[in-house]
Design a protein. Structure first.
Length: 276
């Protein structure tokens, strides 16, 4: 296994590792991962999977990560984290869209984006495409984000089983991505997090190979770096055909008290209802 990019850090509250790997069959890596510690208890995590061929896909995913992190930081703490993250995702979309228009060779480039801001005991996500955010809590795993693909839409409409969709040749055909349109349709999610939660952001090269039960097993113990490497290594051993990327965040300390408000409770109830 050749690791192309890995980074990790640990604080009293968060233990984080971002890792990307070319996989077994690809000649280049169109995935990109990153994170930024914003001070205090604020943290931003990002994963992106580029589309558009060798150069286009690599540039699109790298721009998505870099611009999202930079824009989030530049907006400052006067702006609420969920709004900062949404604006950052839209800024990344605009810059990718503009680059594709100017550079003819990159006109087909776009990318997925799954970005998470964790602050004051709350998780805020901005999501486009088919990379995923998983929440693992108490030995149970929940896919927080929805896949924006043609096949996933069929599954949600009960027109195809999840088992059949997993093997469908068109499972990666996106219905949304960053860079295709001037304004991107971005899902926004807000949820409370708890101590001992594990967040896993990953690209389809990983979750198409690993079962959800394997995610639970492989994240059960160890540091974020050990978990990330275990996930990458296991997927490679099983014979992945794609690039592999993962960001792991463990809530290792006592989380700051979150403000008691009805807004996140309503969002949580609505989100749980949408999953039922």
């Amino acid at each position: 296994m050749v690791t192309l990019s890995a980074d990790s850090f640990s604080l009293n509250t968060y233990d984080v590792c971002a890792l990307t790997d070319i996989g077994n069959e690809r000649e280049n890596n169109e995935d990109c991962v990153g994170y930024s510690y914003e001070g205090g208890n604020s943290l931003v995590l990002v994963v992106a999977d580029g589309v558009g061929g060798y150069e286009g896909g690599e540039q699109a995913s790298r721009m998505a990560v870099d611009v999202t992190l930079a824009s989030y930081r530049e907006q400052g703490t006067a702006v609420a984290p969920e709004k900062r993250l949404y604006r950052a995702a839209q800024q990344a979309n605009i810059e990718i869209y503009d680059r594709a228009i100017v550079v003819t060779e990159l006109r087909s480039m776009s990318t997925t984006l799954t970005a998470v801001a964790v602050e004051a005991g709350m998780l805020h996500a901005a999501h486009v495409g088919d990379s995923r955010l998983y929440l693992i809590r108490g030995g149970k795993i929940t896919q927080v984000t929805k896949d924006h693909t043609v096949i996933a839409e069929r599954v949600r409409q009960k027109r195809m089983s999840a088992e059949k969709a997993r093997q469908h040749p068109d499972r990666g055909t996106l219905t949304r991505s960053l860079g295709r349109e001037l304004i991107a349709a971005v899902d926004r999610i807000t949820l409370p997090v708890e101590s001992d939660d594990v967040l896993v952001l990953c690209t389809d090269g990983m979750y198409n190979i690993l079962e959800e039960s394997e995610f639970v097993e492989l994240t059960a113990e160890g540091s974020a770096e050990a978990i990330a490497r275990r996930l990458i290594d296991t997927a490679n051993e099983k014979g992945t055909y794609d690039n592999l990327s993962v960001v792991v965040c463990r809530m290792v300390g006592e989380l700051p008290a979150r403000a008691e408000s009805t807004s996140w409770r309503k969002r949580l109830r609505a989100w749980l209802h949408s999953r039922s």
